[in-house]
Design a protein around this ligand. Structure first.
Ligand code: 5GP
Length: 260
């Protein structure tokens, strides 16, 4: 399959066309941003780890019947995915209160929620991804009532599955963000899971120590982001105990840069 022109560049990923109109290539960058782009950096190796971790999670979700855009991982940084029309909503799922929830409502950090809490944010950087109600989604036709009901069912299943998957390797799934897209296939439109699921889009805390193993290491200047993401990959069984994908990659990148 031939890689075509760049169709879209986001904060952490680039989408390229392919020779097949229904498929695109998703490239994972090393760029990290936070606080609506106010904080920016490049963390070498992050894209490689997110590519692998997201592939692992989406492949597992396929196995439990959650349709998603992943076709296959191509290489260290790229995946072939199905082209979908992204619903402009960030679906936020929370199991434990932290982040914007604690700031917005004064809920104590670390409060375990009785039930998973689902929030919706409009995907709009200029507006700062504002929190919206389900009624907004319907009023502005971002999704139909039926699509939303299906998405909510998928989200609860994804949350249950991921709590178990991470729990088994000593990680608490605190909260995460999901995106969905409309797939047009055989004259039908279906809503499927899209984007990525990785330590960039989830809050993951070590079950015993509460050590942050996610993007909060960047947001809060905690450092050691790559070792934390590597730890997540190792515990999920993606990387072998002694391998260090990210450091191999960083060394490779450095030598390529030097040659240039
Ligand atoms: P909060 O609303 O507390 O900032 O974030 C809740 C969860 O959603 C966190 O796991 C966070 O990583 C994820 N999240 C929310 N908005 C974004 C976003 O724009 N980009 C990414 N990568 N994750 C987000």
């Amino acid at each position: 399959m031939k890689k075509g022109k760049k169709l879209y560049e986001g904060k952490a990923k680039i989408i390229y066309a392919t020779s097949d109109k229904s498929l695109v290539i998703q490239y994972f960058k090393d760029d990290a941003t936070a606080f609506n782009n106010l904080k920016k950096s490049t963390i070498q190796g992050k894209g490689v780890l997110n590519n692998r971790i997201s592939e692992h999670i989406l492949t597992n979700l396929t196995q439990i019947g959650i349709k998603n855009h992943l076709v296959k991982r191509l290489n260290m940084r790229e995946q072939i995915i199905k082209l979908v029309e992204i619903i402009p909503i960030e679906f936020i799922v929370r199991n434990v209160a932290t982040g914007s929830l604690t700031k917005r409502l004064g809920i104590e950090e670390g409060t375990v929620l009785k039930h998973p809490l689902l929030e919706y944010c409009l995907k709009d950087d200029k507006l700062g991804d504002p929190l919206i109600a389900e009624e907004h989604i319907l009023a502005f036709d971002w999704a139909t009532k039926l699509e939303l009901e299906k998405v909510k069912k998928m989200i609860l299943r994804i949350n249950d599955f991921m709590i178990g998957m991470f729990g088994a390797v000593g990680i608490k799934l605190i909260d995460f963000k999901l995106e969905f897209g409309k797939l047009k296939e055989n004259g039908k439109t279906e809503v499927i899971l899209a984007d990525e699921i990785s330590p960039d889009t989830c809050r993951l805390w070590d079950s015993i120590t509460d050590k942050r193993l996610d993007k909060d290491r960047f947001r809060k200047d905690l450092g050691d982001l790559i070792p934390a993401y590597t730890e997540v990959a190792k515990r999920l069984g993606i990387l072998h105990e002694h391998s260090n994908l990210s450091s191999v990659n960083v060394t490779k990148l450095r030598s390529i840069k030097k040659k240039k």
